[in-house]
Design a protein around this ligand. Structure first.
Ligand code: SME
Length: 189
């Protein structure tokens, strides 16, 4: 995980993602630039809804527009957050894409599994994932990253769907985990 530097997200943090050390891979460069843009959007703002709304939009459009993802378009980017009113439940937060399921029980679907196990879940083919929750029939592959605060508590998940099989690799995982950590660092829960 990126080294958290100082109180708020800093540009310095955004330019240092350990998993991308010593690689000039264009995809690593893409995520380093995207993380820098995220840091600018998050700087000075601690409201969770505001931060997750802006990051959903930036990441959605950036992943759609980059030529690096030719043939692997994303169709949904957004957050499910811990429901303060309902135990053991995630509630739909800010997102980009088609309307989605509003509530997910922790332990259910890809999002619920990521939240329960507090780990990133990468699904090459959602039809092969037992209990996958199909909000958009176009989704074929998915990656879900937990939002884990320093006390180890999972506060929600960052969910990205693609309309092609096997659309997420290790660069995507490391880059999206770094962005999720930035959202956690910059926001009040
Ligand atoms: N597919 C997710 C549900 C959320 S939609 O992808 C937006 C899941 O199985 O948890």
């Amino acid at each position: 995980m990126p080294q958290i530097v100082g109180g708020s997200c800093s540009i310095r943090m955004a330019s240092f993602i350990p998993g991308f050390n010593n690689t000039l891979d264009p995809k690593a460069q893409f995520y380093l630039e995207l993380a820098s843009e995220c840091a600018s959007l998050l700087e000075g703002q601690r409201n969770l809804v505001t931060n997750t709304a802006n990051i959903s939009s930036l990441v959605y459009h950036s992943l759609l527009e980059t030529p690096l993802r030719e043939g692997k378009p994303v169709n949904w980017v957004g957050f499910y957050l811990l429901d303060a009113k309902k135990a053991n439940s995630l509630i739909l937060g800010p997102f980009q894409g088609k309307p989605a399921c509003t509530e997910i029980t922790i332990g259910r679907g890809v999002c619920g599994t990521s939240a329960l196990e507090a780990k990133t879940v990468v699904v090459k083919d959602v039809h092969e994932f037992p209990g996958h929750i199909a909000c958009d029939a176009a989704s074929k592959s998915e990656i879900v990253v937990p939002l884990t605060t320093p006390d180890g508590k999972v506060q929600g998940v960052f969910d990205i769907d693609a309309s092609e099989l096997d659309a997420f690799d290790d660069f995507d995982r490391i880059g999206l985990e770094a962005i999720a950590a930035m959202v956690v660092e910059a926001s009040d829960f």
